[in-house]
Design a protein around this ligand. Structure first.
Ligand code: ADP
Ligand code: SR1
Ligand code: MG
Ligand code: MG
Ligand code: MG
Length: 423
C-alpha cells in the first residue's frame, strides 16, 4: 500500500511541487520564472526516481520513492519508509561528516520525497568516472574519513547504551535489509528468478558456484552476521554508484539501506566495488589508453582507504576516551599500564576481526554483481561478451577466494592487492 496522500511525480509535477514551496523554490528561482525552469529524470539506480530541476538562480535534486523496486517493477513491492531512513541517515551522517554529504532541504513523508543539494558537474557518479578511465586522488582519504567518522561516532564505542539502543530502533530498516539478505547472501548461490550472467560464456562458472558447498556455508554465515550484529549506523549501500566526486571533492549519496549493522559490511562493499572496477580495466583498455595507471591507482586506493580508515577510527577511539559504553572507563582509562595495554589489545582485536569480516563481505558483494540481479556498469559496459566474460570470471573467482578463505588467504590489505594483481 502507498502512503496516504502519495502521488507519483513526473517532470511537470516536480515543477508544481517546487513552485508551491517557497523554501524550495528559492534554490532555483522565484515562482514567476517557472516557465524557464527545466526538469529531467536522471535516476540510473535500481530503486528510485531522481529529478534535477534547474532555474535561473540554481538547481535542486528531487528524489522520490515509489512503492516498488524500479528495476523490476510493481511485481516487487518495497516499503516507502526507505525515504525516512534515507533522510534520517543523511542527517546523522551530516552531523559527523558534513563535508561528504549533500544537504537535505526537505523531507516530505507523505509524498516520499527528499529535496536536496544538487551536486553539479563536474561532479559525476564515481562508477561512471572510473568507466571513463578517471582516477580520484582524494577519494581514498575522503572515504576513509567518512567511514571512520560515521561508523565510530554511531557505535557503542562513542555512545552510551541507552542512546545506542534508541538509534537501533530508529533505523530498523526491515524491508531494505531483507532485500540485501536475499540479493547478496542468498540468490547468487542458486538459480533464483532474477539472476543473470553473461551467457553462455559463464554458464559453467555459475553451475560451479551453485554446487559450491563452502561458498554456501560462508554466505549463510555472513548473512547471519549482517542480520545479527548491530554495531554502528551503516550507509548500507556504499558502492561506487553511491558516490559523486570530482578530483577534489567527494559526496556520499543514497543511504536508503542504512541500519545498525556490521561495520565490515560498509568497508567490504566499497572495497569490492574498487576491485570490480580493477577487474573491469582490461575490458576497457585499448592500445591508445591501456589503463595501466588506473589499474595501479585502483589498488593503491584500496590500500589507502583501508589504512586511512583504520588509522582515523583508532585515533577517534583513543581521543574519545571512555565516553561510549563499549570502552568503559573502569577498564581502559587512567594511567595504569594495564589500562593502556587493554586499550591497545582491544583495538588490535577489533581491527583483526573487522578485516576478516570485510574480506567475506567483499567476496559476497563481488559475486552478487557477476551472477545476481544487479550487475555493475563497470562490467556491463564492456561491449564484447567474450572480453566481458573473461573479466567477470576473474572477479568471480577472486570473490569466491575472498568469501571462502577470508583472513587465512588475505592476511593484510597488501596481500589482497598483491593477489588481485596476480589473479
Ligand atoms: P537510487 O536509490 O535509485 O539508487 P540514487 O540516490 O543513487 O538513486 O540516485 C540516482 C542517480 O541520481 C545518481 O546515480 C545520480 O546520477 C543522480 N543523483 C542523485 N542524487 C543527486 C544529487 N544530490 N545531485 C546530483 N545528482 C544526483
Ligand atoms: C533489487 S537489487 C538492487 C540493488 O541496488 C541497490 O543499489 C542495492 O545495491 C541493491 O542490492
Ligand atoms: Mg543509488
Ligand atoms: Mg538507492
Ligand atoms: Mg554491491
Amino acid at each position: 500500500a502507498t502512503q496516504p496522500g502519495f502521488k507519483a511525480l513526473d517532470c511537470n509535477a516536480v515543477k508544481d511541487y517546487v513552485a508551491a514551496r517557497p523554501q524550495l523554490a528559492k534554490h532555483v528561482g522565484s515562482p514567476d520564472t517557472r516557465t524557464s525552469w527545466t526538469v529531467r529524470e536522471v535516476g540510473d539506480g535500481n530503486i528510485n526516481f531522481v529529478y534535477i530541476l534547474e532555474g535561473p538562480t540554481g538547481a535542486l535534486c528531487v528524489k522520490q520513492a515509489l512503492p516498488y523496486v524500479r528495476c523490476v517493477g510493481e511485481s516487487w513491492p518495497l516499503s516507502q519508509d526507505r525515504v525516512r531512513i534515507e533522510a534520517e541517515a543523511l542527517a546523522a551522517e551530516a552531523a559527523h561528516c558534513p563535508q561528504h554529504v549533500p544537504a537535505v532541504y526537505t523531507y516530505d513523508a507523505r509524498m516520499c520525497i527528499i529535496a536536496m543539494q544538487y551536486l553539479a558537474p563536474p561532479h559525476i557518479i564515481v562508477r561512471k568516472g572510473l568507466i571513463e578511465g578517471r582516477i580520484y586522488p582524494r577519494l581514498a582519504a575522503h572515504l576513509a574519513a567518512f567511514l571512520a567518522e560515521t561508523l565510530f561516532r554511531t557505535s557503542l564505542l562513542a555512545l552510551p547504551s541507552d542512546q545506542f539502543r534508541a538509534n537501533i530502533a530508529q533505523f530498523t530498516n526491515t524491508e531494505m535489509c531483507r532485500l540485501t539478505e536475499q540479493v547478496i547472501f542468498t540468490d547468487p548461490y542458486y538459480a533464483a528468478q532474477h539472476n543473470r550472467h553473461t551467457a553462455p560464456q559463464l554458464d559453467g562458472d555459475v553451475a560451479e558456484l551453485h554446487a559450491d558447498v563452502a561458498a554456501r556455508v560462508a554466505a549463510s554465515k555472513l548473512k547471519a552476521k549482517f542480520t545479527e550484529q548491530h554495531q554502528a549506523l551503516l550507509h548500507g549501500d556504499l558502492h561506487t554508484g553511491s558516490i559523486m566526486a570530482t578530483e577534489e571533492t567527494t559526496y556520499v549519496i543514497d543511504p536508503e539501506f542504512a541500519y545498525y549493522g556490521p561495520v565490515a559490511f560498509d568497508v567490504g562493499k566499497i572495497l569490492a566495488n574498487l576491485l570490480l572496477a580493477f577487474f573491469a580495466c582490461d575490458g576497457h583498455a585499448t592500445e591508445a589508453a591501456p589503463r595501466s595507471e588506473q589499474r595501479r591507482w585502483l589498488l593503491q586506493c584500496a590500500r589507502e582507504l583501508w589504512g586511512g580508515f583504520r588509522q582515523r577510527f583508532t585515533e577517534l577511539w583513543r581521543a574519545h576516551g571512555a565516553k561510549g559504553d563499549a570502552c568503559s572507563a573502569a577498564l581502559f582509562s587512567g594511567d595504569s599500564a594495564e589500562a593502556a595495554a587493554a586499550l591497545e589489545a582491544a583495538q588490535q582485536q577489533f581491527m583483526d576481526e573487522l578485516w576478516a569480516d570485510s574480506l567475506g563481505f567483499m567476496g559476497a558483494v563481488m559475486i552478487r554483481r557477476i551472477v545476481g540481479i544487479a550487475h555493475v556498469a563497470d562490467m556491463d559496459s564492456i561491449p564484447d561478451a567474450d572480453v566481458r566474460a573473461a573479466c567477470e570470471r576473474r572477479a568471480l573467482r577472486f570473490g569466491r577466494c575472498l568469501l571462502v578463505e577470508g583472513a587465512a588467504g588475505f592476511a593484510s590489505v597488501e596481500a589482497l592487492t598483491d593477489k588481485a594483481e596476480a589473479a
